[in-house]
Design a protein around this ligand. Structure first.
Ligand code: DGJ
Length: 741
């Protein structure tokens, strides 16, 4: 039983082989956090872990107990206003204007498995044995409001999923000014906070800082999770490394505005809170209504950052991504964007498809420009009908002819957007998000549709479904290229305008839910100007996401390395593009461009009709190589070896190992070539110590323990032609265990 409850029903111990999570009911009826971390042996009670040491100048809860102060308690889902001055998990405005609540314990319920969260992406469990869920009921009797705290513990992953639900059973409306998904008070603050932050084209770069007193946070106010900060907050001990030591990872299964923060108080207790960003949010809770928060993921590992990443990967692959594609090998695709942009017609697209088919590519993706009168980014978003000027025979005919070449066919759409120059805008100028009486800001010449409105979701569903049926699509790339400004919905009453951000996400999720359920064979890839919405909310519906608009292999090392902290490589769209690279002008060799892109959902994004004979041959070989190693790469265990964020950052490597440890593939890149460089040894990870491995390009058989502890010397690159640069050189090493199956 992964949830143990004391006989009196007041203390809860969630445990599996990787973690213990313990909390209990305090003497004032509220919940106190007792422990979260490495598994603890069961015992009758852990109440002693919540021991409070009296301190002066604190507010006491009971007149006769000077130690029991809200400021000194480690809370489970803290409230504000009665002596705990740290930031609370929620903020409820009552009918009389007060914000004081008192939710106390009224019972619990344990169920096998995991229920869906209404309208929201969330973790799931295939069978009752895979997960257990605890529902804690707290009630504020003065206002007749219920608060459910949900905890799901998974049998096989070092993770807990948490969320909260408020129910107004009273006769007056309540206003939720803040309703975070989860909060936890860790007993000390001796941690380094790790976050993955950046911007467009340089998403999810690793940043670290030791915790200091006060609040340190990451957040989004863009109505998308954003490339600026990913909804992932990691706390590692100062001595924690890739492979050893304690680490906590907190993430949110949500794609809109979020807040994740660590608040270190005056006693060096660290409160971690995560959920919808309270800034710009409030929710009107009418009598009888309820509000469900998005789900938060809490991961703990005592095996360093790799252990944490493995738990996130497990959750993502087995309990988060939905549909067939979560377990299926992803096709090698050719995307038209960097090759053609908007400038194509039936003949040029067919020429590209013919070359793609000859190379062995499996899926052809027609990106932006195939619809309405879209010849630039200035028009037609919303008009999801064939551009007959470009395709006189229609998209259906194009799709059929592409399929006849042995390719699957997919299309790009950007459903949440509308161009002013579009038939949709001319018919429904009121469908966009804008504030009456204010100018409406343009971004990329487009506006955002009000996806909080059911009529718009229904329209989009009908249009996209018709398109999917007509062109028999196998794949859809779902883009989103601007953020919401002048947020206001034409149909929400004034006291509900601050609900727009969350209602927008609920509308988008509903659309994804309907489409993925009705078209289960379609592979959806999401995108937001690259990786602007790379989060577990999107990954629930779209099992791969276009990682970044930056396709430069060297830049991608940092982006994919940072992304891998929480997201498995199979989730990362990664393409080989042309040189000079469009974002950086860099000239990385074709082998290195492929070496980096292999470790993702692999594809090409260049004009394959204009390849030199050598490049054509090389690409054919790459495609064969990827097909032969696809299962290993997409579903193996991913290890980060040498970091681009290390002091020198010039040598970067990573590898994948098959679950049975019989096969592995490692990649190493040197950014700049230096004369007479240090001797470079590569130390592998994840191999079986007693397996003898055969390495590509090496006749020796080496045991796993040697490979991991003594490493192998990688010869420095030799230039093969005069003037050839050895900057951006890469090595690929294939390992195969010489053991019988
Ligand atoms: C932004 C995406 O990230 C690109 O891959 C491409 O699809 C363009 N949008 C098309 O407008």
């Amino acid at each position: 039983m992964p949830i143990t409850v004391t006989a009196d029903g007041t203390e809860f111990h969630l445990h599996n082989r990787q973690l213990s999570y313990i909390f209990g009911v305090l003497k004032n009826g509220q919940l106190g956090q007792l422990y979260y971390g490495k598994p603890l042996r069961p015992r009758a009670s852990f109440a002693h872990l919540g021991q409070i040491e009296r301190r002066s100048n604190t507010v006491q809860y009971f007149d006769d107990d000077s130690a029991f102060s809200p400021a000194l308690i480690r809370h489970e889902y803290p409230m504000f206003g009665c002596g705990d001055f740290r930031y609370p998990a929620f903020d409820v405005r009552l009918e009389n204007g007060s914000r004081i609540t008192n939710f106390t314990f009224h019972g619990y319920h344990i169920t096998k498995g995991k229920a869906k969260l209404p309208g929201l992406p969330a973790t799931h469990a295939a069978g009752a044995a895979e997960a257990t869920t605890l529902d804690i009921l707290l009630i504020d009797t003065a206002i007749q409001a219920d608060l459910h705290l949900y905890y799901t513990i998974f049998e096989q992953a070092g993770a807990i999923a948490r969320s909260a639900r408020f129910v107004n059973r009273g006769s007056y409306p309540l206003v939720l000014a803040s309703a975070l998904s989860a909060s936890i008070d860790l007993p000390d603050a001796d941690y380094v906070m790790v976050q993955t932050s950046g911007s467009w084209a340089r998403e999810r770069h690793l940043h670290e800082r030791p915790l200091v007193p006060g609040v340190q946070s990451i957040s989004s106010t863009r109505y998308a999770s954003s490339p600026q900060h990913n909804p992932l907050l990691v706390l590692r001990r100062p001595e924690t490394t890739e492979t050893s030591g304690s680490v906590y990872g907190f993430s949110l299964i949500y794609s809109g505005n979020f807040l994740a923060q660590a608040e270190v108080d005056d006693y060096r207790v660290c409160r971690v809170s995560i959920g919808i960003n309270p800034f710009g949010f409030s929710w009107h809770l009418a009598p009888g209504a309820d509000f469900q928060t998005p789900e938060a993921l809490f991961v703990y590992s005592d095996k360093g950052l790799t252990g944490m990443s493995f738990s996130f990967y497990d959750i993502c692959r087995h309990h988060l991504m939905c549909g067939k594609w979560s377990q299926r090998e992803r096709p090698i695709l050719l995307n038209t964007w960097e090759a053609l942009h908007f400038h194509y017609d039936d003949a040029s697209v067919m020429a590209l498809a013919e070359s793609a088919s000859r190379l062995g590519i499996e899926l052809f993706v027609l990106d932006d420009g195939w619809f309405g009168r879209r010849d630039s980014d200035k028009s037609s978003l919303g008009d999801w009908f064939t551009n007959f000027k470009k395709f006189p025979r229609g998209i259906t005919s194009l799709a059929e002819r592409i399929r006849a070449l042995g390719l699957r066919f997919g299309l790009w759409i950007e459903p949440e957007m509308i161009s002013q120059d579009s038939d949709l805008y001319r018919a429904h100028p009121d469908w966009m998000i804008r504030t009456p009486g204010r100018r409406a800001s343009m971004a990329r010449h487009q506006y955002v549709l009000d996806c909080s409105r059911q009529v718009i979701i229904d329209y989009l569903y009908g249009r996209i479904a018709a398109l999917i049926r007509a062109a028999k699509l196998a794949y859809v790339k779902w883009d989103m290229n601007r953020y919401i400004t002048e947020a206001y919905s034409a149909t929400l009453p004034s006291d509900r305008q601050a609900e727009l951000g969350h209602r927008y996400m609920l509308g988008v999720y509903q659309l994804f839910d309907r489409l993925t359920r009705h078209f289960p064979d379609i592979l959806f890839e999401s995108c937001a100007s690259g990786g602007g919405r790379f989060d577990f909310g999107m990954l629930h519906y779209t099992p791969q996401i276009w990682t970044s608009d930056d396709t430069d292999a060297i830049e991608r090392l940092s982006i994919q390395f940072g992304s891998s902290l929480a997201y498995p490589p199979v989730a990362m769209g990664a393409h080989v593009s042309a040189v000079p690279n469009k974002q950086t002008g860099r000239l990385a060799p074709l082998e290195t461009r492929a070496a980096v892109a292999y470790f993702g959902a692999f594809g090409y994004e260049l004009d394959v009709t204009a390849l030199s004979p050598e490049d054509e041959l090389a690409i054919k070989r790459q495609i064969l190589f990827y097909k032969a190693n696809r299962r290993l790469i997409q579903f193996g265990d991913f290890y980060r070896l040498e970091s681009p964020y290390a002091a020198t950052g010039n040598i970067i490597s990573w590898m994948v190992v098959s679950p049975d440890q019989k096969e592995a593939l490692a990649m190493r890149v040197q950014v700049l070539n230096h004369p007479n460089p240090p001797l470079a040894r590569l130390y592998f990870r994840g191999l079986r110590a007693d397996f003898p491995y055969k390495l590509s390009n090496c006749s020796d058989i080496l045991y796993g323990d040697e490979l991991m502890n003594a490493g192998v010397l990688l010869r420095k690159p030799k230039s093969t032609s005069l003037g050839q640069s050895l900057d951006f050189f890469s090595w690929m090493i294939r390992l195969k265990a010489a053991v019988s199956d």
